[in-house]
Design a protein. Structure first.
Length: 475
């Protein structure tokens, strides 16, 4: 019994020595994990921390499609010091010192812009639109396209050796609607491919949740936003359309909001350009999608004020037409040579497209009023003005020689009977006139790519054509 007991003790000691290296390694690994965990906590904050912190600012969620580049702007106190920005726990940007941000709000705050919100100062002579983007903001270095799903932006404040959660911005990214025409899942039709390309390019023209007027143009334009909304953007980007439209306003001296008049380099802005009323078309298109009565009420008042301003500033009582440049072709290449860089002279003409926009302005503000339950008297007044304007367009801008509507009436009251693609299209859509519509469809010049903006082209002298930039040339 004594011998067996000694043998058992020896076996247990031998077994313990055999397992000792494993126990030691396990303990070492455990302590290494603790050290690593502390290092990670120091250098990289956890999104769980920001969610559990009651002092964290919860910013309003952004909802975008996966075809839209990420961009956001934050108004930050300048006393925050250094910040780090995380997307799904990955460091994506940082600010060394918030005091260096652009000054706003009585010098107490600054605006931090990320992605397609990277804003450049446009100067005193700028277009004074909602924002003006710096060059290259839609390039690869500024564009972040997110996969569908829920994402989160975390803003962390660095104080000495600590990161303190400051704010979080939830992101909801969805896939755009698909267009499926064929039954073969391995091949797409040209229409499906064109649709995908259109979705991609529309997304590339959205910056900071606003539309810009093309990748070559860094401003928000009332006209471009409104036509985009009417042509389908309201269906796929309703929030972007609403933000853009609500930014496309200006405040008159009397405090009233009106649709913001775009400006061009060759002819200037209001009253030479007077097509700002186009905003109502975009607003009505959006309302048909979202049914938002609060937005409709806002748009109704802006449109009503805009019509009042136009009737005072650019309505010609003798002709019954509105003065101002055409809505699409606001550059030298869209007008005869004598109008080169002469906005005041252009402002004395009466363009078909701009007058058609005012006609639709009266019609749509009437519809808005009925939707909102406005009294009959102002609605009837708008409808009567629409009928009078329609009669003036039909009598003064119709060209019997072209069997089509003329481009514009010049400053002397003479018709310039070239055909304007936009004005003709608006007349076809908005005027219920089968006889003239049939004549217009037969007489409008077409090409293999569709109708032209202007036909026939104006003839210019060689010296005049030296300025021509193909990007600005209307064909």
């Amino acid at each position: 019994h004594h011998q067996n007991h000694d043998h058992g003790s020896y076996s247990e000691k031998k077994s313990a020595r055999r397992h000792y290296p494993y126990i030691r390694n396990a303990l070492i690994a455990f302590f290494q994990l603790i050290i690593l965990f502390k290092v990670l906590l120091y250098f990289k904050p956890s999104w769980n921390t920001i969610n559990n912190n009651e002092d964290v600012i919860n910013l309003k969620s952004i909802e975008i499609l996966s075809t839209v580049p990420l961009g956001f702007a934050l108004d930050l106190p300048k006393t925050l010091g250094s910040l780090e920005i995380y997307l799904d726990s990955q460091l994506i940007s940082s600010i060394d010192d918030t005091a260096s941000l652009s000054e706003q709000h009585e010098h107490e705050h600054g605006t931090f812009n990320f992605g397609t919100c990277d804003i450049a100062d446009h100067g005193d002579d700028g277009l004074k639109h909602a924002f003006s983007l710096g060059q290259g903001v839609l390039g690869n270095m500024k564009s972040i396209l997110l996969k569908p799903g829920n994402h989160i932006i975390e803003i962390q404040q660095r104080k000495e050796t600590q990161l303190i959660p400051y704010a979080q911005l939830p992101l909801k990214v969805e896939s755009p609607p698909e267009l499926i025409l064929g039954s073969n899942p391995f091949s797409s039709s040209p229409y499906e491919n064109s649709y995908k390309l259109a979705l991609k390019e529309i997304g590339q023209n959205i910056a900071c949740n606003h539309f810009v007027a093309g990748t070559g143009w860094s401003q928000l334009w009332t006209r471009d936003t409104s036509f985009a909304a009417e042509l389908g953007a309201s269906l796929i980007h309703p929030q972007v359309v609403q933000k853009s439209l609500m930014a496309s306003v200006e405040v008159l001296e009397n405090g009233e909001n009106v649709w913001l008049q775009d400006k061009c380099g060759h002819f200037g802005g209001w009253p030479n350009l007077s097509d700002a009323i186009v905003g109502v078309r975009g607003a009505w298109s959006l309302y048909l999608v979202n049914g938002d009565k609060e937005f409709l009420s806002w748009a109704y008042n802006v449109t009503k004020n805009s019509l009042k301003r136009a009737e005072h500033d650019v309505f010609d009582k003798d002709s019954g037409l509105f003065l101002g440049c055409s809505s699409f072709m606001e550059s030298n290449s869209g007008y005869p040579e004598k109008y080169e860089n002469d906005g005041q002279l252009v402002g004395k003409t009466k363009a078909l497209s701009t007058n058609m926009l005012y006609y639709s302005g009266y019609k749509l503000v009437s519809k808005m009023g009925r939707e909102l339950g406005v009294a009959d008297e102002p609605i009837h007044a708008f409808e009567e003005k629409a009928n009078l304007l329609k009669a003036s367009i039909r009598s003064r801008l119709w060209s019997s020689f072209r069997n089509n509507y003329a481009y514009f009436e010049d400053e002397m009251g003479m018709l310039v009977d070239n055909t304007e693609g936009l004005g003709t299209s608006l007349a076809l859509l908005d005027f219920d006139d089968d006889e003239r519509n049939n004549m217009m469809l037969k007489s409008t010049h077409t090409t293999e790519y569709g109708i032209t903006c202007l036909w026939p082209r104006f003839k210019y002298s060689p010296s005049f054509m030296e300025w021509r930039n193909p990007r600005h040339y209307h064909k």
